[in-house]
Design a protein. Sequence first.
Lengths: 550, 259
Amino acid sequence: MTVNENQNPSNFGGGGAAAPPRAAAAARPPLEVSSTKVDASLRVPLLALFGGAALWLVVGSVLGLIASIKFHAPDFLANCPWLTYGRVQPAADDALLYGFCIPAGLGVALWLFAQLGQTPLRGAIVPVVAAKLWHLGVLVGLFGILSGNSTGFAWLEFPRAGSVILFFAYLLLALWVMMNFAARRERALFPSHWFLVAALFWFPWIYSTANLFLVAWPVRGVVQAIIGWWFAGNLLFVWLALVGIGTAFYFLPKFSGRPLQSYYLALFAFWTLILFGTWCGIPPGAPVPAWLPVLSSFAAVLTVVPVLAVAAIAWQTSRGSDAPSLECGGDARVVAPVHADCLVGQDKATRASHSPYGDGASPPRCFIRFGLMSFVLSSLMLIAMACPRISRVTEFTWFGPAQTQLQLYGFFAMTMFGAIYHLLPRAVGFELPFPKLARAQFWISMYGVVLLVLPLAIGGVEQGMKLNNFNIAFMDTTKAMLPFLRISTIGLLLILLGNSLFALNIFAMTFIWEKSLVKKAFAIVTAPLPVLRPDKIGTTEGGETPEVKV
Amino acid sequence: MKNGFWIFLAVFVALGGSWCGFVLAPELQLGGAKQTTILNSSDVYPVGRPGEATQGSSVYRANGCAACHTEQVRQTGMTCAVTLTDAGKNPVAVTNLISSLKLTSLTKEDADKAADKISAAGGKTEIHIAATGPDIARGWGMRQSVAEDYLYDQPVQLGSLHAGPDLANTGARADANWQLLHLYAPRSVVKGSTMPPFRYLFEVRKIGREPSPNALKLPPEFAPPASCEVVPMPEAVELAAYLLSLRATVPLYSAPIAP
């Protein structure tokens, strides 16, 4: 790390994928590694990570929809033990978290580190194997839950076999990301580095702690519940925040064309997040020694600080940028077809990669902006639920699931969609097959989140107030919740549709890439034997890694 | 990267702090917890669940019952009342004293004071302590759930959602027959219930030479044809046994009640 660069905030941002920070580029000889080469080295691992993630995303939303329909018709699929509510619901949650969020986050981290460090990934076969292993672990885990072998701990339901596979797959992936980080050519550190390195390091710690103390050698009594809350809070709030915000802090300056506002505020957000956020999660009414929930509530209130810091950074960085105003709208006029994304300092190919969405709209930007807004809102909901007075109403109501869904899907998954739509075309070397669908997905997923979260949150507050009035029979509180649950089913339906569009793009991309591989291989096999014609040899060699021109 | 080591160390300490606080410290404080004695008694609590109920706990886990049900009663406060058990040698004075005192809806301190005054006048008293709060008023329990209640549970399934009612004391509210009927056809006993039926824990079979004594006595609209009967499979019996074992009614030092 060169301290000078690090301390000069103007050097951060603006740069990234293609262009290193301008000052850095001027100070040292041009790097011989082109961005395309970095991208190409990541192609196969990213397709492996994101392909499986897209599959689990769709599977998870189908399971979630099945669970939700059971509130309309409790007899729906009731004779099948594999699809009873108590198994389908956790399976849906875990498919979203372990199936999509974590591998997507790891893939984005892999790409970000290679880009920020200007360093091609070496030994790409290892992350590919690790990605396949991870998705195998998710398969084993989901199979375990649906067959009735859940561990019974929220967010840790995967039985032992699944957890062990996940753990080692994660270690392999994280190790490769860190090796790429250690070998980086561009030595400057960006705030994204801090967030992502901490996240990479934190997951194995919390995941092994939870699995060892809850599943392998269970501790006694309520200590299980305490460790369970600690784990869930750290995974769902801290880990996702570190990865999601780390990612957003890379993309915000790129999209707005001005440096992150500011570097020091970002570091401040980082330190306060890991200092306070890691202590959240123990509900105020928990049947545990009083110091635990008191400490946790106190920490949750302090967590307002990093959340507001993130909001301020996002606001300041996007505000007054040189980019034309963002159009997520479907009928947006063409303001500036290419510059809408305003990738300052990008090469022509990179800029062109944003035009196919048309009409100046930029799904990646829309997704990430929505993700940041969801982060702030869901974090404030989390903090509110940690306040004893509010918790008295919201505890044990649908407000909790509403917060979780906003965090997992509204914030994290949406941020990842934006990042993946941005980076995957670069990594694979050709455009999204259906760019218009990416844009449609933004709207569908966004309305899906709103229709899922808003009714549950409002209904949850109403449910909580009714539960606190013992004159209202419990059955009536349940009945009053049904209309809200029905609206949320529509939200889940939209989310399923949005997820399918995402998966369609990813799968089609994988298919096109595989087809080009087969074509090349076929061309090599069927090529006439080299009759010493040097000009022909040159074109058929290296067919295993086709360089598709953008 | 000359600062790299120090940055890493600082991150390690920051993250490790929460591990020490919420993993290590609770384990040191509670990990060695043992049975406690019931208030005003020499009996210990909790005694482990019967074997069948322990197996039922794993049926509860396997089917994710905790996705909708909690096992935790909350209380917002407590209220005390003083009653006279023996007027003693000077009943008139005691009666006069009592009529001048407030004896219900007291805090523990006020109840103790009132009891002291009455005993000074020669009467004998009892102090009743009742927990208060919506959960208690709903009949979900007599007192709040405390750490001791979960000592032998594996896994501890507190739950986080009241999509269904709290079950911390369901064993005190309903009998085995009700539990089995409710599992097979929730709406046969609770009108409008949104609970999914757990028919796969039961066997619907032709009645043999004579009906099984375990067959459910279902209302006609939920019953199979007359020649068939619904018999709980072992899992259903175990689950019902577990639900029956769910009762946390004894007074403890950390949750005193005196009915």
